[in-house]
Structure formats: structure tokens, C-alpha cells
Write a protein that binds this ligand. Structure first.
Ligand SMILES: [Zn+2]
Length: 464
């Protein structure tokens, strides 16, 4: 029996059929339902088949890749292994921005048309523009359905979503009571029986968000991990829960194991981690049997590379680079998102042939510059400050080579000793004397892209 309940057109109840406008979407989703069970080797072979179509298009219509393929002495039709693909250089965000015009396709395959654009904020704060086509939208919607099914999120329920709504930059124009839609998404409404969505902007004070959530009383909640952590902490403080809530989906930022545990404890429901990127759509979603995250291999071909840019072996952690298999308007070949993932050491016991990751380490934390030319990742600081406790939220900022500021949003449990513990944790991690300030805030402002980085470097040129 299907997980979803189709909304059949008038006159038909059984067997259910989709409305004509969404029949292609339903067919795409059904296809994904089959391909997930194919063996690993078959999936890779099919990926390479699609890759050759994409690269053939690139060699004819995309000047940037025409040049790279020619420089590497490769013809699209020859590529029959991932190792051959690796003869093309990586595409970094900087290269993407610099060569944006050359990366645009001069023509599109018949039936594919551009429908708009998306912006990825990224951690650098420099937005990246992506051109979207009708085909991207189709696959985006099909993977949306797969992800809902894997996460057990039934669209007949009530959804609350607390995210960044771009139209609401100006606070006075943001409805503080949120917005209600009678469906989960437009296409859901055509395709499925669906409950309502209640949407609130993530820049609202989390205390207000929690009051709003109590009124909305959702079955499902979607938001960003740093925001969910704050809400979980508020719930834990009052010893209350959201009575109807069944599942939370974390999106838009890295979800660490510590944050996941913290959120699950506060809300008392499981947290599902959706890993996606504006540039390439759905990348990975939680295995329905709980064994890690499966890559949406029909959407992206992912290489996981070690520090020498060699393919990692099972069990190893490395940097992931992706090739978007259906983006023909601005093709992304070997695009470096700067995220790290850990490959599972065994195939998934659930039987799906899609690649399995046990962990997403997320964007690398910034490297602090320390006296004497030392450099050190800020990851240890994040762990240390989290363990110190006493706050709903925190952010660690390196202001100068010998000066670190920790911004905290104190919880009711906050005592002066928490500030001492935080200073000590930073001191221990850095391992040399430096100035450490702990600043109390009522909440932390989100930057324009909406992603709140737990560790950032904000040094003036004069202070380095
Ligand atoms: Zn699995």
C-alpha cells in the first residue's frame, strides 16, 4: 500500500490516479521507488549513463566545460568510470562565481526550459545564483516525496515550518503570527490529500516561536538545527512538550550528533536530517531503517575524496564533491560544497543500493589563527562551550589573534560559574593565554542567508 494518499480527479476513487498536471511527477516518484532497490553497481552504471548525456550537452553548449573537457583530452562518450570523471578539475564556489557566464548553457535540450533562479547563501556570505529549469523542479518535487516517505511524514498531518522567508527581509512586513497555507506545497495539493502548513520566519524571537508552536499544535516541524536547539532548550526549561508533534526535520545547516541528541531530548521526538543544497537539490536523506543517510544517487553523483583528492574507501571520512545529473542550465560538475561525510563500511542492511553515509560532518569549521603562526580548527571550541551548558544558544567569535568572544543566550540555569566554565573550555582548547569575553544576549541575530554559524572569525585587518 502506498504511503501517500492520492487525490483522485472527480469520478474516480479506486484505483486512485493522479491529476494530469502531476502525472509526470507521480511517474518520476514511482521510478525512484524502484531505483532505490537496484544494486550499487547497477546504480553507478545508470549514473554514468546520465552523466554522459549531461557532459555531451556540456561539450556542445557550455563553454566552461567544453574547454575543460578539451584540456583533459576527454570526450563525453568515453567516460565509463568515476575515475575518468576525476580527470576534470574541481569546481569551487569561487570558480563558479568567476566563470558564471561561461557556465551558462547556450542552449537547452528540447522540453527543458528555464523557470527561475535560486540563491544559495553559503557560509562565505557571498550568494551564488543558480538557474532553475522545469526538469529541476520536477526532480526536486519527486525527491521531496521520497524524503517525506523515508522520514515517515504524512502530508495529511499539520506542518509547522520555521525558516527564512526571503520576502520578509523587512521585519515590519513579516506577519509575526506567521502565514497559513491549506497545503504542504502547491504540487502536493494537486497530487495528494494534504493538511495545512503554518509558516513563521526564523528571525522571530525563539520564545515567540514557541508560543506560536503551542497555538499551531503541529504534527511535524521543519526548521534549522541552531533554531531547534534553542527551542529544545526552552522546552526542557519548562518541562513541557508539544503534544501532537511526531517528527522534526532539520534543514539548512549542519546537524551535529550532539545537536541532534539535544533536540530529541527537548522535544521528545525523533529528528530527521535532510541534507540538500540550493545548487543541487536533494543530496541525502535518513535511511528509513535508521542506518545513516542514503545519497539520492539518481539526482547527484557524489565523490568522497581524501586530502590528496583520491576516492575514499568504505568507513573513511572525506570531502564530498557532487555532480548534479539533471541541471542542464548551469551544470555543476565536481562541485565542491566543502562538506565532509563518512562513508559506511558495509552496504545498508535495509537493502537499498543507494550509497550510505554514517555521518555528515558539515562545512569545515573555520581555522583560528593563533600567535606564533599556529592554526587550529574551531570545532573543539564548539564542543567545549556546548558542554559548559547554561545557555540556550551560543556563538564563538575570534575577534583578534589573541581575543575570543563567546556570545551566549543564558537559560534560567545560567550562573556566573557557567561563564567561568566557558572561559576555561576555550582556554584549554587554545592552550595559550588570551583574552576571552563572554557576552550575554537575549538572542542571536541571523545573518542575511539565515544560517547561524556557531564559530566565526571576525577580525579586522589591523588585528591580525
Ligand atoms: Zn538503508
Amino acid at each position: 500500500m502506498s504511503f501517500f494518499h492520492l487525490r483522485s480527479p472527480a469520478g474516480t476513487t479506486w484505483p486512485p490516479i493522479p491529476a494530469p498536471e502531476v502525472s509526470q511527477l507521480w511517474a518520476a516518484y514511482q521510478e525512484l521507488d524502484r531505483t532505490q532497490w537496484h544494486g550499487r553497481a547497477d546504480i553507478e552504471e545508470m549514473q554514468l549513463k546520465q552523466l554522459r548525456v549531461l557532459l555531451e550537452h556540456c561539450s556542445q553548449n557550455v563553454p566552461y566545460y567544453r574547454r575543460l573537457l578539451s584540456d583533459a583530452g576527454l570526450s563525453a562518450a568515453q567516460i565509463d568510470s568515476v575515475a575518468q570523471l576525476s580527470r576534470l578539475p574541481l569546481l569551487t564556489r569561487e570558480l563558479y562565481q568567476r566563470h558564471f557566464d561561461e557556465l551558462q548553457a547556450q542552449a537547452l535540450p528540447p522540453g527543458i526550459v528555464t523557470v527561475g533562479e535560486g540563491w544559495s547563501s553559503g557560509t562565505t556570505g557571498v550568494p551564488v545564483k543558480v538557474v532553475k529549469t522545469n526538469r529541476d523542479s520536477l526532480w526536486w518535487a519527486a525527491f521531496f516525496l521520497r524524503d517525506l516517505e523515508w522520514c515517515g511524514m504524512d502530508p495529511r498531518g499539520r506542518l509547522a515550518t520555521i525558516r527564512l522567508f526571503e520576502t520578509a527581509r523587512d521585519k515590519s512586513r513579516r506577519p509575526s503570527e506567521g502565514t497559513t497555507f491549506p497545503f504542504w506545497t502547491q504540487f502536493c495539493q494537486l497530487l495528494l490529500e494534504t493538511g495545512p502548513t503554518h509558516a513563521l520566519d526564523i528571525r522571530e524571537d525563539p520564545r515567540h516561536q514557541l508560543d506560536w508552536l503551542r497555538r499551531v499544535d503541529p504534527d511535524y516541524l521543519i526548521s534549522m538545527p541552531t533554531n531547534l536547539e534553542f527551542l529544545a532548550s526552552l522546552l526542557a526549561e519548562t518541562g513541557t512538550r508539544l503534544p501532537r508533534l511526531r517528527t522534526i526535520q532539520a534543514v539548512g545547516e549542519m546537524l551535529s550528533a550532539e545537536a541532534q541528541t539535544h533536540i530529541e531530548k527537548g522535544f521528545g521526538v525523533p529528528v530527521k536530517n535532510l541534507y540538500s543544497a540550493v545548487e543541487a537539490g536533494y543530496l541525502a536523506s535518513p535511511c528509513p531503517s535508521g542506518h545513516g543517510l542514503h545519497v539520492h544517487a539518481e539526482n547527484v553523483l557524489v565523490e568522497v575524496l581524501d586530502d590528496s583528492n583520491r576516492l575514499c574507501v568504505p568507513g573513511q571520512t572525506g570531502r564530498m564533491v557532487l555532480t548534479s545529473l539533471h541541471n542542464f542550465a548551469t551544470p555543476l560538475v565536481r562541485y565542491d560544497l566543502l562538506d565532509e561525510v563518512t562513508l559506511a563500511s558495509e552496504p545498508c542492511p535495509c537493502g537499498r543500493g543507494l550509497p550510505l553515509w554514517t555521518n555528515i560532518v558539515g562545512r569545515r569549521y573555520p581555522m583560528m589563527e593563533l600567535p606564533g603562526g599556529r592554526r587550529k580548527s574551531m570545532v573543539g571550541l564548539v564542543t567545549g562551550v556546548r558542554q559548559a551548558g547554561g545557555c540556550h544558544q551560543f556563538q564563538i567569535v575570534q575577534r583578534a589573534i589573541d581575543h575570543i568572544v563567546v556570545r551566549v543566550v543564558p537559560s534560567r540555569a545560567w550562573q556566573p560559574e557557567h561563564a567561568m566554565r566557558i572561559r576555561q573550555a576555550v582556554q584549554d582548547e587554545v592552550g595559550m593565554p588570551l583574552r576571552i569575553d563572554v557576552e550575554e544576549r537575549s538572542f542571536l541575530e541571523r545573518p542575511p542567508g539565515g544560517k547561524l554559524n556557531l564559530a566565526v572569525i571576525e577580525m579586522d585587518a589591523s588585528s591580525t
